[in-house]
Design a protein around this ligand. Structure first.
Ligand code: NAD
Ligand code: UDP
Length: 343
């Protein structure tokens, strides 16, 4: 077997594999990104040792700066398309590495596809070597532009195989296939979460997603860019709710390999989201229309029956509630940019 590149990881105190409440060593790929950095912080807070592996493509060191001095935290800069080894025991792997914003994942579509597929392969191989449980961050994008609403896990989706979003949608679908085949062939202990649009602090203000765009535009009184007529819908989940669901899924004994939707089923048109942000920020910005991106899904709303029934999970944070800390976060980011010109 070819020797794999080894990456540094400190040796944390090991736990007994039979004690499910004792601290674990957890690997978070994509841990410097929006969801990943919030997850790393939570896991450390719960007493686990965390190894964050990221190539900083869309993630930022500032997201994890406050964690770097924690004795139970390690950061490894690495691209998941290349195999990796971690020294010592690993009990949980959250595989989050992949850009999630359409403009970002479309910038280098081949690398995005490689990240989804080769990244999943490399993370699964590590899980197999370590006998670790592994969770794949899949997406509502596997449903493409859905013909039914809400979307339940049994819906197989309507995805364009060669449109500009395909590198992401098909990459994530292929990753789900790999996860299931690893489970069938090797018995790898897998979990698959299908994440619906999630927002909150630590999103990159330059990310290009709907919440980051609307809030940063509104705070600067700059035109708020509504793509198409703004009648397409999204269901927005606050980050804390999402991570509650993600952790519940990871730690559930019963759920097994089938995918689980985690998202907020309250559906808004994009125009409604813009108006709410405008009202909450008291902006003087005007709404301007821009062309609807190719293959932009017209509706998206999760059926969360499975999460409710099997995990006892449902979101708690209403959109206006979750937007408050999100707006405060983006205000801080913009103030920081003004305070440090060119930074
Ligand atoms: P993000 O872009 O903020 O974070 C992704 C992280 O992965 C970044 O830190 C980035 O640097 C890292 N990364 C990207 N390619 C990599 C590579 N080849 N090797 C190593 N690291 C790499 O996005 P996010 O919103 O935090 O999303 C995290 C995960 O959740 C992604 O897998 C995404 O597909 C999934 N997801 C997110 C949402 C959402 O609404 N936030 C919705 C559905 C799915
Ligand atoms: N959108 C918009 N203006 C923006 C950014 C996004 O109207 O400045 C729309 C976009 O067309 C889509 C929705 O908001 O219909 C959500 O876009 P996002 O990129 O956040 O996520 P995704 O399309 O992957 O759900």
């Amino acid at each position: 077997m070819t020797e794999l590149p080894r990456v540094f990881a400190p040796s944390f105190p090991l736990r007994s594999i039979y004690d499910r409440h004792a601290p674990r060593r957890v690997l978070v790929t994509g841990g410097a990104g929006f969801l990943g950095s919030n997850l790393c912080e939570r896991l450390l807070g719960a007493g686990h040792a965390v190894i964050c592996l990221d190539n900083l493509l869309t993630g930022r060191l500032e997201n994890i700066a406050h964690l770097r001095s924690h004795p139970q935290f390690a950061f490894i800069e690495h691209d998941v398309i290349n195999p990796f080894e971690i020294d010592g025991r690993i009990e949980r792997i959250y595989n989050l590495a992949c850009p999630a914003s359409p403009p970002k994942y479309q910038r280098d579509p081949i690398h995005t596809f490689q990240t989804s597929v080769l990244g999943a392969m490399n993370a699964l191989e590590l899980a197999r070597r370590k006998n670790a449980r592994i969770l794949q961050a899949s997406t509502s994008e596997v449903y493409g532009d859905p013909e039914i609403s809400p979307q339940s896990e049994s819906y197989r989706g309507q995805v364009n195989t060669f449109g500009p979003r395909a590198c992401y949608d098909e990459g994530k679908r292929a990753a789900e296939t790999l996860f299931h085949d690893h489970f069938r062939v090797y018995g790898t202990d897998i979990r698959i979460i299908r994440i619906f649009n999630t927002y909150g602090p630590r999103m990159d203000p330059q990310d290009g997603r709907v919440v980051s765009n609307f809030v940063t535009q509104a705070l600067q009184d700059a035109p708020m860019t509504l793509y198409g007529k703004g009648q397409q819908t999204r269901s927005l989940c606050y980050v804390d709710d999402l991570l509650d669901g993600m952790e519940a899924l990871m730690e559930s004994r019963e759920i097994g390999p089938s995918p689980v939707n985690i998202g907020n089923p309250v559906e808004f048109t994009v125009a409604q989201i813009a108006h709410l942000v405008a009202k909450m920020t008291k902006t003087r910005a005007q709404l301007v229309h821009r062309p609807l991106p190719i293959d932009d899904p017209q509706q998206r709303r999760p059926d969360i029956t499975r999460a409710r029934t099997l995990l006892g999970w449902e979101p708690k944070v209403k959109l206006a509630q979750g937007l408050e800390p999100t707006i405060a976060y983006f205000r801080g980011q913009l103030d920081g940019q003004i305070a440090q010109p060119g930074a």
